[in-house]
Write a protein that binds this ligand. Structure first.
Ligand SMILES: *[C@@H]1O[C@H](CO)[C@@H](O)[C@H](O)[C@H]1NC(C)=O
Ligand SMILES: *[C@@H]1O[C@H](CO)[C@@H](O)[C@H](O)[C@H]1NC(C)=O
Ligand SMILES: *[C@@H]1O[C@H](CO)[C@@H](O)[C@H](O)[C@H]1NC(C)=O
Ligand SMILES: *[C@@H]1O[C@H](CO)[C@@H](O)[C@H](O)[C@H]1NC(C)=O
Ligand SMILES: *[C@@H]1O[C@H](CO)[C@@H](O)[C@H](O)[C@H]1NC(C)=O
Ligand SMILES: *[C@@H]1O[C@H](CO)[C@@H](O)[C@H](O)[C@H]1NC(C)=O
Ligand SMILES: *[C@@H]1O[C@H](CO)[C@@H](O)[C@H](O)[C@H]1NC(C)=O
Ligand SMILES: *[C@@H]1O[C@H](CO)[C@@H](O)[C@H](O)[C@H]1NC(C)=O
Ligand SMILES: *[C@@H]1O[C@H](CO)[C@@H](O)[C@H](O)[C@H]1NC(C)=O
Ligand SMILES: *[C@@H]1O[C@H](CO)[C@@H](O)[C@H](O)[C@H]1NC(C)=O
Ligand SMILES: *[C@@H]1O[C@H](CO)[C@@H](O)[C@H](O)[C@H]1NC(C)=O
Ligand SMILES: *[C@@H]1O[C@H](CO)[C@@H](O)[C@H](O)[C@H]1NC(C)=O
Length: 562
């Protein structure tokens, strides 16, 4: 009876976020206001119709392969928020990351922060990349049975402990089953789901928009805001179509070379710095940080935290309280590290949660940590964990695997070596990172056509200089120097904050430079570092959800169960 409390909390919280859109999926007759993309016609030109109360929606029919029209077409979903000031200076297309994250869902959710950051001179457009959410082609390896998908992913992603050779070897084989299975079950069009093709879709949008305004298609330029993986998409576009670059904000910058090599080995460069900021901010926050207890320096806190982690590693914590778990379970160090990985993406949302969990774990109380890590909950339960994030995994894998053209080393020894390097890069998060993508690609045989393989970055001049941006500490993407070096005239804007993406906090300084750039193309002065309102431990009761959320089910669960 009582163990349903957490289910209900979880359900209530996630339902609140999506009910407005999901329930109405069945109303396929209302043409006044679409609440589902089923009601949005698929057209070769832009025909925006009112949708989701505050927006307009369209679906563009595009070729699966622009160089082979016989391959057929698919639909790309867009949602638009019209700038307060009309006529707007243009449309800015937003991509929130992943790969595999929905630009439609992301734009609707993040709208207030998007407007705060990029202003209202332009319309803001969320686009679902190929294979993602509402855009075709449909990707599914489990024949319309999402509970099987979620059960499989929970096996694949949870509990791998790279410190154990047995666990890692088992994982190596298990990850290979992904490609073997999906190659048999995936839509044949899955090979067209890749970043260069999506970049071409961006251009298509700009051209069709120009055409609708009686402007020449071939002069149309794309305006764009991409964060995280969105920086891969943006820099790929800018590299392939440098003379079609309008205003480009590239935020939370991924090392594109590393991404296309398929290693994902350059993400954690600042991960430990991000974790260590937890100790510093915790001390500064005083009693608001429940992990502070009687420590008075960041160094003391780090020692206590490290001791706690070591203790859990050597001696995992059993959890059997039915208030928190549906079946008995054991909480291991890798589960704590996953929570830590999620926390550093967005400190103002997760550091208070992390502090409470750490304080409990220090007393070998793993109740809340277990509930959040979804240890001890059934994958097919009345809690319906299907809604908790696994739906973005397949598009993420397909896009990342198609993009890397099998250029990674797929031997088991190479995987061991990559894990070792990651551990060396980040003592805290090195164990958790690679599970995300890399090993899953090796047996997936969905090779894109040659024209949809990215030839690599080289130095180019873009028609408008690009604005790169990041926080001073970004735990998973901080390669702005490298990527900026590929684009002549580009500039880097940093802001004082820890987390993934500019929207983790507000800053008048950042937003005024960004808005100036979108209005006029004027770049901030060199080496600008903006002050912000960043606060990793907001005063009690003022926890607000903003910024990018990591695409890990644990992230949603932490918020839902808090
Ligand atoms: C769906 O449409 C019906 C009329 O066809 C209407 O009565 C109902 O309120 C609509 N539901 C929503 C959620 O808009
Ligand atoms: C369609 O939705 C709008 C907005 O909710 C509503 O005002 C209108 O009555 C609906 N029309 C029909 C036919 O359901
Ligand atoms: C539409 O805007 C209103 C007022 O700002 C807001 O309360 C509502 O949540 C918005 N709806 C959606 C679907 O974003
Ligand atoms: C897909 O888009 C809808 C809006 O239509 C959004 O509510 C939902 O969260 C998105 N799904 C994902 C997986 O992002
Ligand atoms: C685990 O495997 C690595 C690489 O094969 C090896 O160097 C290491 O000694 C092994 N560790 C143990 C505890 O067997
Ligand atoms: C904030 O909340 C925590 C936990 O509820 C409590 O221990 C702490 O005393 C509170 N701090 C302040 C300043 O109210
Ligand atoms: C500080 O707190 C820890 C655990 O909460 C306790 O074991 C220790 O005795 C305390 N030290 C002091 C000086 O109060
Ligand atoms: C990336 O992978 C390739 C092939 O597996 C390897 O040769 C290279 O050293 C790796 N790079 C990094 C930075 O790990
Ligand atoms: C670990 O990192 C250091 C520098 O940070 C580097 O010199 C060393 O070669 C790395 N070791 C391994 C095994 O990658
Ligand atoms: C993709 O891989 C194939 C086979 O290894 C290779 O021939 C081709 O050059 C690669 N293409 C690109 C763009 O890297
Ligand atoms: C970019 O343009 C400048 C000025 O025309 C030129 O000097 C430079 O060589 C160009 N760079 C590239 C990579 O084409
Ligand atoms: C930031 O901008 C807002 C809105 O323009 C303004 O109300 C506020 O005073 C500004 N804050 C600072 C610190 O400049």
């Amino acid at each position: 009876m009582i163990n349903r409390v957490f289910c209900l909390l979880g359900l209530a919280a996630s339902a609140a976020a999506s009910a407005a859109l999901l329930q109405r999926d069945y109303n396929t007759t209302n043409t006044t206001m679409a609440y589902s993309f089923k009601d949005v016609p698929i057209t070769a030109d832009l025909q925006y119709i009112p949708c989701f109360d505050n927006f307009t929606c369209t679906q563009l029919e595009v070729p699966l392969d622009y160089d082979d029209l016989d391959a057929g077409t698919t639909n790309i979903a867009f949602v638009k928020y019209d700038a307060a000031k009309q006529p707007a200076l243009g449309d800015i297309i937003f991509n929130p990351g992943g790969p595999g994250d929905s630009g439609v869902g992301g734009m609707i959710q993040l709208l207030p922060q998007l407007v705060e950051l990029i202003g209202d001179s332009h319309n803001i457009v969320g686009m679902d990349p190929r294979g993602v959410n509402h855009s075709g082609p449909l990707l599914d390896c489990f024949d319309g049975q999402p509970w099987l998908r979620d059960y499989y992913y929970s096996q694949l992603y949870n509990g791998v402990d790279p410190r154990s050779n047995v666990s890692l070897s088992t994982y190596y084989e298990l990850s290979g089953t992904f490609g073997t299975w999906c190659t048999q079950h995936l839509n044949k069009a899955a090979k067209y789901v890749n970043t260069p093709a999506t970049a071409r879709d961006l251009l298509q949008y700009a051209e069709v928009l120009a055409q609708s305004q009686n402007k020449p298609r071939e002069e149309a330029k794309v305006n764009y805001y991409g964060a995280s993986y969105g920086t891969v998409l943006g820099t790929t576009f800018a590299s392939l179509y440098p003379d079609r670059v309008g205003k480009f904000l590239i935020d939370a910058v991924v090392d594109g070379d590393d991404y296309y090599r398929g290693n994902w080995s350059q993400n954690l460069l600042q991960a430990d710095a991000a974790v260590e900021s937890f100790f510093k901010y915790c001390v500064e926050a005083g009693s608001v940080c429940v992990f502070k207890a009687n420590s008075s320096t960041a160094e003391e806190l780090k020692q206590r935290f490290d001791a706690m982690l070591l203790n859990v590693e050597e001696d995992p914590i059993p959890v059997t309280d039915p208030l928190y778990v549906q079946v008995p379970t054991v909480l291991a160090h890798i589960d704590v590290r996953v929570l830590l990985t999620v926390a550093v993406y967005n400190p103002p949302v997760f550091f208070p949660i992390l502090a409470a969990i750490a304080a409990q774990l220090e007393n070998r109380d793993g109740l809340r940590a277990a509930a959040i890590a979804s240890k001890g909950t059934g994958p097919i339960s009345e809690c319906n964990y299907m809604a908790l994030g696994y739906e973005a995994i397949l598009p993420r894998e397909v896009i990342a695997c198609n993009d890397n053209n099998k250029s990674f080393d797929d031997r088991e020894e190479a995987l061991f070596e990559l894990f070792k390097e990651q551990k060396n890069l980040s003592t805290y998060l090195g164990d958790t990172w690679l599970v995300g993508i890399v090993p899953q690609c090796r047996n997936l045989n969905t090779t894109p056509p040659g024209t949809q393989l990215f030839p690599g970055f080289k130095k180019v001049n873009t028609s408008t200089p690009i604005l790169f941006a990041d926080n001073t500490i970004d735990p998973v993407t901080s390669s702005y120097d490298l990527m900026s070096s590929y684009f002549e005239g580009s500039r880097i804007l940093l802001q004082e904050a820890v987390g993934h993406g500019l929207m983790v906090t507000s800053s008048n300084c950042t937003s005024s430079y960004v808005q100036q750039y979108f209005k006029t193309g004027e770049l901030p002065p060199k080496d600008t570092v903006c002050n912000t309102n960043f606060n990793a431990f907001p005063p009690n009761g003022t926890l607000t959800k903003r910024g990018l959320m990591p695409g890990h089910p644990v992230a949603r669960r932490s918020i839902d169960l808090w």
